[in-house]
Design a protein around this ligand. Structure first.
Ligand code: HOC
Length: 349
């Protein structure tokens, strides 16, 4: 009989069983230990009707969860990012497309023409390459650029080294297909490495602003100092992210870094979070601590591995149901009612 999917870890188990070891290891690299935060639920508040909708960058989405950028979706499902785009469109939330997609942005938009999308961007050594992808996604109707700033170099993923993990030859980083030459066999992950520029700095934010009218969201901020600089540089949002724990060994869990950033930003721009969101109550805690929306990375890949578009939709639907239930059980009828009073700040031993 078909396995009933009840929570996100069911998809994790399925994906672990069905993906190749090298693919599983690539996505699993760097997971963090869970952080313990407890809630202070309110009672007797008539939660018979509840509304999980919110907005990001002025656009309404069905609940404060979107899809974080992760690479190479064709490793998990033959239709790759086209399936992710359709699954996300079906639940009306935001899909951040990875630069390292195995479908092109044109294919993704054609697959889900009504989807709400942001594009994740790296600053390339060849700035002309950045310019062309920015113009492409702008013309295709992407609504924001998510600039990833925590990969001056790729983190050390021990299992990827052991597995000599590479994108298999039948898959391509489709956005660069025909734009730049094939990767040399020695190149990391088997993809062209002339992309990431370790010399990027705050001045590149001004350079990016000069190229586009789209809102710019910086992904990979973990301190209040950098959050303040982001606001001063005129960006429209921050994603508190540690790149799924895949970059710096010993960095913070994002949920622990969130509060100092929210306090510093003081509502001047929107603050989002990714990393470690696995249940509706995780979403509730992040929103209570000031995240306008959270993004899930690995769970979307597990959903893809399970059933493509349908699996992504199911993962999001389960998280939506759990979020609605957590809201009700803590006395919140809508997202505006979720605030810091819900969080127990006392030290746990
Ligand atoms: C060759 C550069 O974000 C990951 C991805 C890709 C990182 C850069 C690869 O695996 O975390």
């Amino acid at each position: 009989a078909e396995m009933a999917m009840v929570c996100l870890t069911d998809f994790e188990e399925y994906a672990k069983e069905h993906l190749s070891k090298a693919t599983w290891d690539y996505y699993a690299a760097g997971v963090l230990l869970p952080v313990l935060i407890r809630l202070r639920p309110r009672i007797l508040r008539d939660v018979s009707v509840s509304d999980t909708r919110t907005t990001v960058q002025g656009t309404e989405i069905s609940f404060p969860v979107g899809i974080a950028p992760t690479a190479f979706h064709c490793l998990a499902w033959h239709e790759g990012e086209m399936a992710t785009a359709r699954g996300t469109e079906a639940v009306n939330t935001c899909y951040i497309t990875s630069t390292y997609s195995t479908c092109s942005v044109e294919e993704i938009v054609a697959a889900a023409p009504n989807g709400y999308r942001w594009f994740q961007l790296y600053v390339y050594r060849d700035r002309k390459l950045s310019e062309s992808i920015v113009h492409r996604v702008e013309a295709l109707g992407y609504k924001a650029l998510v600039l990833t700033v925590d990969v001056p170099y790729t983190g050390k993923r021990r299992n990827d080294i052991r597995n000599q993990f590479k994108l298999p030859p039948h898959l391509k980083v489709k956005n660069f297909d025909g734009v730049i030459q094939e990767a040399a066999s020695s190149e990391e992950y088997g993809i062209p490495s002339n992309t990431l520029d370790p010399s990027i700095s705050w001045k590149d934010v001004y350079w990016l602003q000069s190229l586009t009218r789209l809102p710019i969201i910086i992904k990979g901020i973990l301190t209040k100092e950098d959050a303040e600089l982001a606001v001063e540089h005129g960006v429209q949002g921050i994603i508190v992210s540690n790149h799924g724990g895949r970059q710096l060994d010993g960095g913070p869990a994002t949920i622990d870094a969130l509060s100092e950033i929210v306090d510093t930003v003081q509502g001047r721009i929107e603050v989002y979070l990714d990393g470690g969101i696995r249940t509706g109550s995780d979403v509730l805690k992040a929103v209570a601590l000031g995240a306008k929306c959270v993004f899930i990375g690995r769970p979307a890949v597990w959903g893809l591995a399970y059933k493509g578009e349908e699996g992504v939709r199911e993962v999001l639907q389960i998280l939506n149901d759990e979020f609605r239930l957590s809201m009700a059980l803590s006395g919140c009828r809508n997202v505006a009612e979720i605030n810091r009073n819900l969080i127990q700040f006392s030290k746990l031993t």
